[in-house]
Design a protein around this ligand. Structure first.
Ligand code: ATP
Length: 562
């Protein structure tokens, strides 16, 4: 089982675990005691001590058991919920510190499925503790049976062990099916993700609508249903075998044992009552087998999730380097022989960027151009610190960006990617109130004044915008973040021709005058002359890098003070 999961269990206070085990143990012994008490009363055997107070002892045992039971359950509820919380926290922490690269490889569906796994794991202690209690009761019962008749006790023990072996063997087959079910859950979330994100496209095509449901989602559920029925029937068969084996045991006690071992009626009755009493705890122990299998599978999946997301040591964020990049204003970024590639397998590179050597200076307005698939966005991800170079180095103000500086490096710039996401909440704590004059000027600059709806209560803006308006709003948010470097990936693609011209000829120069360094990926060759530098990519390689004349910088345009 994964070391992290064990850590979550181990982190519980030893005292609480000991208390729970103790309470469970005492309760089980009291339960066993109550059974013997009842048996003795049936057999009309008086108690060896204080027989005249048997009723009081019975009540005291009952109260003791109730009290232990209640305390045990309360602690269990607390522990289970704390563990569930810690599992959630563990996953959220992983995501918090995960790199974009790891997350991209992982996919959304695995995150959803792994959250499911934590639910299974969180309830594990409860089940195991109940099983532990049942085991103690079973041990007490067997001790009692051996005490009444060692041979009889041995026979029943043998039957039980045989049953257990039978269950274990059958369970091995079921485990494979449960693993299959878990794989199907992953792909179910993947298709569901496709459906929910592409709902509009699905509704536009009868064929797509039909296929995504029948060939993927419903087919997946059908397979899960079939496997689930099969495993449930296997478990049911196991349980029926178990239950009816008990009746055979009862038959042996009733008809065979009195004859073979010469048991008295009183002893036979004691045997019967004890075995009947044993059915409950043994059933709990047997029910543990599927739970154990489910827990094992969930733990393995969580383990591989941990590995895929990668572990980033928290100390790397808290060391003395932590604010090394904060201390200085942006001066330059330098790529030294930076390479990157996507791979299908171990050595199979589907696309590779050839070593990049460039230097970006403060105040530049760089356009990055090139055909589709030439590597512009991959370069942008490297520049943004979302991808780490496979080889080579990136320097920020001559400071090498080592692994522990990557998050800070990314934080130095604002980026708007092609498939930019507008968040529902104001996670950046921006001032989005209607009283913010800077915001008002930016809205004016990007022609959104009449479109935007302020929500002063939530310090947020309404979200009903067209694609082009969303990009403009994203740019406003990026400018409110007030970072010195702005990275734009085909930002103007959704803008109308008039606004596009205004953007290239007026907005970008204003931003430049304010000291921003802008790197914009663009296919708008009509406006390449607006840049101070043009970098062209082709087949993963920079094929040209030319400085242009700064003719568009001095434009008379109202300049918002940001
Ligand atoms: N996550 C990924 N995994 C594997 N290959 C990828 C991934 N992202 C991009 N690629 C591949 O890398 C190559 C370069 O892609 P990139 O997105 O950098 O091109 P681009 O120049 O930005 O193209 P476009 O102008 O179409 O946006 C493409 O061949 C693409 O198939």
């Amino acid at each position: 089982m994964n070391s992290n999961i064990i850590k979550v269990f181990r982190q519980r206070s030893k005292f609480i675990i000991l208390l729970i085990v103790l309470l469970g143990g005492v309760n089980s012994v009291l339960n066993g005691g109550l059974l013997m008490f009842i048996n003795n009363t049936i057999m009309q055997k008086p108690l060896p001590y204080f027989p005249q107070f048997d009723w009081l002892i019975f009540i005291l045992m009952l109260l003791g058991s109730l009290l232990c039971s209640r305390m045990f359950q309360t602690h269990m509820v607390n522990m289970t919920n704390n563990i569930l919380f810690e599992f959630d926290l563990n996953i959220l922490n992983r995501l918090k510190h995960a790199s974009f690269e790891d997350f991209e490889k992982l996919g959304h569906e695995k995150v959803y499925a792994v959250i499911n796994d934590t639910r299974v794991l969180g309830h594990a202690p409860e089940v195991f503790m109940n099983a532990f209690n049942s085991l103690i009761i079973a041990i007490c019962c067997f001790a009692y049976l051996f005490w009444i008749s060692p041979v009889g006790g041995a026979i029943i023990l043998m039957v039980m062990v045989a049953l257990l072996v039978f269950y274990m063997i059958r369970n091995k087959q079921i485990e494979k099916q449960l693993n299959q079910q878990r794989d199907l859950l992953n792909s179910y979330f993947m298709h569901l993700n496709d459906l929910l994100r592409g709902f509009r496209e699905v509704k536009m095509s009868l064929l797509k609508n039909e296929n995504i449901f029948t060939k993927y989602l419903i087919k997946n559920r059908l397979m899960v249903k079939d496997i689930s029925i099969d495993t449930s029937i296997k478990y049911m068969n196991n349980e029926l075998t178990g239950t009816y084996s008990w009746y055979i045991v009862l038959g042996v006690i009733m008809f065979l044992m009195p004859r073979i071992f010469d048991l008295t009626i009183a002893n036979t009755t004691a045997f019967l009552v004890t075995v009947l009493y044993l059915i409950g705890p043994v059933a709990v122990l047997v029910a543990l087998i599927p739970t154990y299998t489910a827990v094992k599978i969930a733990a393995e999946r969580l383990n591989s999730f941990d590995k895929e997301v990668g572990i980033i040591e928290m100390k790397s964020r808290s060391n003395e380097n932590s604010n090394i990049l904060d201390k200085c204003d942006f001066d330059n970024i330098r790529f030294e022989d930076v390479t990157f590639w996507y791979s299908n397998g171990d050595d199979d590179r589907s696309f590779a960027l050839e070593p990049i050597n460039i230097q970006i200076e403060k105040g530049e307005l760089i356009f990055v151009a090139g055909g589709n698939g030439s590597g512009k966005s991959t370069f942008a991800y490297l520049l943004a610190g979302l991808y780490k170079p496979k080889s080579g180095k990136i320097f920020f103000n001559n400071q090498e960006i080592t692994d522990d500086l990557h998050f800070q490096y990314s934080d130095k710039m604002s980026a708007i990617f092609t498939n930019n996401h507008l968040f529902r909440e104001n996670y950046d704590n921006l001032n989005l109130l209607s009283t913010n004059n800077v915001l008002k000027e930016l809205l004016q600059m990007l022609h959104l004044t009449d479109v935007v709806r302020f929500d002063d209560k939530k310090n947020n803006l309404g979200r009903d915008f067209s694609k082009g308006q969303q990009k403009r709003l994203a740019l406003i948010y990026a400018l409110l973040e007030d970072k010195q470097i702005i990275l734009l990936d085909e930002w103007a693609a959704e803008q109308d021709p008039g606004f596009r011209k205004y953007f290239y000829k007026e907005v970008l120069p204003i931003l430049r005058r304010q000291g921003k360094t802008i790197i914009a990926i663009t296919h708008d060759d009509d406006y390449y002359s607006c840049a101070s530098r043009l970098i062209k990519f082709d087949y993963g390689k920079i094929v040209s890098d030319s400085k242009l004349t700064d003719k568009n910088i001095e434009i008379n345009c109202p300049s918002p003070k940001i």
